[in-house]
Design a protein around this ligand. Structure first.
Ligand SMILES: [Zn+2]
Length: 282
């Protein structure tokens, strides 16, 4: 069957994504919600943080350099594929250069440590034991890039998540389950997938409502409800405590499994084997 259908068209139809009207204004900053995004005020948020990859820029470019079917768009604004990854023009300059740059730095330091630290296996002999020095700052960076790729309504709906990302709240009860994993250093790795639901039309165990952001070396899904068995939820680690912890932002250890994707983009699901980094039609 797959030989005769247009996979790209099917993937696009199935992505259930938000397609903005042509010429629709960019709205307001996803983080502070107060600054209208204009050519003068907006800046491009790296998703994920620019500093999260070790190695020369040429190597890093390959990680996102061949996302299928052109540059993803977000609310009418094209993302930019640059040497350091994807950027989305959805934060104002003050937020991007201020509150988000500090947490992005913590995320980058965590990711770089993952790439350079020795391989310690968890008691099950499969998962890897990983040290995170500033879990709250990493969680705030995770919240920020989620807000950067989601529609404005997402930021308005999840006020607590937004204020946690800004540092207004020390901790929150997260509105999603945050389920993390390690991403191998593979040219096939990398997923950008907005929050949406899937039904198990392709087989049992396919039910899930989640979004996903991942790139070597770290990725996570933000999910609510059931995660079908086909997605192997047993190989995902809940890191919700990074959002809940109060007091000093002290380090902890977590056991993470290595996998190419959590739920993957709809494009990849309909496109057969994962050919490379995948982003749905943002
Ligand atoms: Zn802002």
């Amino acid at each position: 069957m797959y030989d005769v259908i247009d996979r790209a068209a099917v993937a696009k139809a199935a992505a259930l994504n938000y397609f903005p009207e042509r010429g629709q204004p960019a709205g307001r900053c996803r983080l502070c919600r107060s600054v209208p995004l204009t050519r003068a005020t907006r800046s491009r948020e790296h998703v994920p943080a620019r500093s999260s990859l070790l190695g020369p820029p040429g190597d890093r470019a390959e990680r996102w350099g061949f996302i299928p079917r052109g540059r993803p768009k977000l609310d009418g604004l094209a993302s930019k594929v640059i040497q350091d990854g994807l950027q989305f023009p959805t934060l104002c300059r003050d937020c991007n250069n201020g509150v988000s740059s500090a947490t992005a730095g913590a995320y980058g330091a965590f990711a770089q440590a993952l790439q350079s630290s020795p391989n310690l296996l968890a008691p099950d002999g499969v998962a890897r034991l990983v040290r995170v020095n500033r879990p709250r700052a990493v969680a705030r960076a995770m919240a920020t890039v989620m807000l950067a790729i989601e529609p404005e309504a997402f930021a308005d709906l999840h006020v607590g998540l937004r204020e946690f990302a800004q540092g207004v709240h020390e901790s929150i009860e997260p509105p999603f389950r945050f389920l993390a994993y390690l991403v191998p250093d593979s040219k096939r790795a990398g997923v950008l997938q907005r929050f949406h639901g899937r039904i198990p039309v392709l087989g049992p165990g396919g039910e899930v409502t989640a979004g996903e952001i991942s790139r070597h070396p770290f990725g996570w899904i933000y999910a609510s409800g059931t995660i079908g068995s086909a997605y192997r939820p047993d190989l995902l680690t809940d890191v919700g405590d990074w959002f809940r912890a109060e007091g000093e932002d002290t380090g902890s250890t977590v056991a993470l499994h290595t996998r190419l994707a959590g739920i993957d983009s709809v494009n990849a699901v309909f496109g057969g084997n994962k050919p490379g980094p995948t982003a749905d039609y943002l």
